[in-house]
Ligand binder design. Sequence first.
Ligand SMILES: Nc1ncnc2c1ncn2[C@@H]1O[C@H](COP(=O)(O)OP(=O)(O)OP(=O)(O)O)[C@@H](O)[C@H]1O
Ligand SMILES: [Mg+2]
Length: 460
Amino acid sequence: MTLERFDIARILLVDDEPAFRLLAERFLTQQGHQVVSVADLATARTQLAAQSFDLILLDLSLPPAFDPQATLLALAEFTAQPVIIMTGHAERELALKAISLGAWDFLAKPVDPDMLAVVVKRAISKHQLSRELTLLKRHHQPTDVLSQLVGVSRQMDNIRTLVQRIAPTEVRVLVTGPSGTGKEVVSRVLHQLSLRSKGPFVSVHCGAIPAELLESELFGYVKGAFTGADKDRQGLLSLANGGTLFLDEIGEMPLPMQVKMLRVLQEGTFYPVGGREQKQIDVRLISATNAVLPELVRQGKFREDLYYRIKGITLETPALDERREDIPLLIQRFLQQHPADIQLSPEAMAWFLQQTFPGNVRELKNTLESVLAIAQGGVVTLSDIQLLHLTPQQTPAATPLLASPGLSLDEQVRQLEVSLLTQALLESQGNRSQAARVLGLSRQGLLKKIERYGLQQMGG
Ligand SMILES: Nc1ncnc2c1ncn2[C@@H]1O[C@H](COP(=O)(O)OP(=O)(O)OP(=O)(O)O)[C@@H](O)[C@H]1O
Ligand SMILES: [Mg+2]
């Protein structure tokens, strides 16, 4: 029999009979499952604390007391995964009671292997379905478009306010900022909140398309314009008609193309390559760059007249190290988007808060994704991070978030606030009342700040 991935589970088998454990373990392993078997409840608890399982097979009569009632009471602890009870023939009453207490199913001993296979399979797929349902619900919550721009910093507040104000206008927008700071996110949100949101959003990476192809890519061409042009083809400009044209990395646009683009922006018309018929377009232009355009203008690499045409309103997405208080909330958002339900241990969270991210949000996200990929048992630990040789970068451990120099007092105060909250939560191991006392806050006041800064996972 071949099994789909869907059918494979990590199973915790709890039974005091060595012979049965051996047989069941062998049988289930043959079916492709991973089995951990233990002889008593105490060891079962240790296992459950250390790793996650998809299913528990639980004998009702276990040492030391061999009291089924005690095992039934333990059912309440095991609600995170389905439990299948195993009982002797004479214990029908107990089996029914177990079901009423939340067990998913029961098997009568001696256990018939075929029956075992069927019951296990049913429990796994039922569990899988309910998990998928939860994920679906999570993903289909109508999220506020603006909330895609995650961050509690004043800089992010400003960006959200500006985006909201200028999105419904036709003004051209230039988004500038270091690599990985969210320029593309900002641009997409601008489109989604614009009156053109039902129209296309066409993104052109000006540096990625070879100079000699850029014109035909953007403007399209007519049949016979060059060898290989065996029929008319629409360009990206026409595809963007009625929507938004996003010129990404516009600083990398070759100078000859800049001249042609300028004409498009001045007149709203263009000619496809080899064509004589002028085309009209109706697009809103959003551009992005991590270069300092006035600098490129001075160096003669970017046309000044084009710069003034595309500039419209300039939005700047600042480096992550200038708004370190955004880090916890970004992490929280990325964890929510992750398909598996994984958390960071307090130490792992603290590690992230100590890092500097020269590659900004993208680097934070990539780093997080690589540790999520190797995490086991639903928790990222510090040793997972060490396993990847992600070496910590400077910053003393005592101040998880170090305020960056050159910021306004207000910004530094915020970063310090997040830093102190983090420290108090770590030291109290997540005990909110204790942390509140240390900080001289009311518990309610602390909870508000935790929510605000996305520190829910600090200290466990
Ligand atoms: N404020 C934010 N909230 C949520 N996610 C963000 C935010 N900023 C950036 N990201 C995420 O970080 C990654 C990089 O963002 P994006 O591609 O928009 O950066 P960029 O500024 O365009 O980078 P580059 O200059 O390298 O093109 C993406 O995965 C994006 O979803
Ligand atoms: Mg980009």
